[in-house]
Design a protein around this ligand. Structure first.
Ligand SMILES: [Zn+2]
Length: 145
């Protein structure tokens, strides 16, 4: 793991660089797509056995406020965290409970154009993120989360 890159992310957001924050950030980078706070805690605890779940939650809240992460919700479970701040949608497989990123510029433009023409009364749209729910027809051999 490239620590200078992690330090960079925290510094840019004017956050004090602490070992705990670095550990959580590393977990988010390593776990890639959409881990829960529990999963992040488990990952971080391997190296830092004393880190409490509360601390992990506090750090994640700070990261969320600073827009280092976004939150993803599914019907089934808790909040999951997403470090990819580029515009994307989500594909959610109900069967294996996995969330994958879905990038489609054409779809973004289509949605933007649509709501430019057809406004929602009394509402200003900031962002449109789709969650496309379904099932993989052929499941991947490993659960990717
Ligand atoms: Zn995502």
């Amino acid at each position: 793991m490239n620590y200078s890159r992690l330090v960079d992310i925290l510094s840019k957001k004017e956050l004090k660089v602490t070992p705990q924050r670095l550990a959580v950030l590393e977990a988010l980078m390593q776990l890639k797509t959409h881990p829960t706070a529990e999963e992040i805690k488990d990952y971080v605890r391997k190296k830092n056995p004393n880190l409490a779940l509360g601390t992990v939650y506090n750090i994640l809240d700070t990261f969320y406020e600073k827009r280092i992460v976004t939150k993803v919700k599914t019907d089934k479970d808790f909040v999951r965290y997403d470090m990819d701040m580029h515009k994307h949608h989500h594909i959610y497989c109900e069967e294996c409970d996995s969330i994958e990123n879905y990038y489609d510029n054409e779809l973004d433009e289509l949605l933007q154009d649509y709501f430019k023409k057809k406004r929602i009364p009394n509402f200003k749209i900031k962002e449109i993120n789709l969650q496309i729910t379904g099932n993989y027809i052929e499941h991947k051999p490993t659960k990717t989360n």
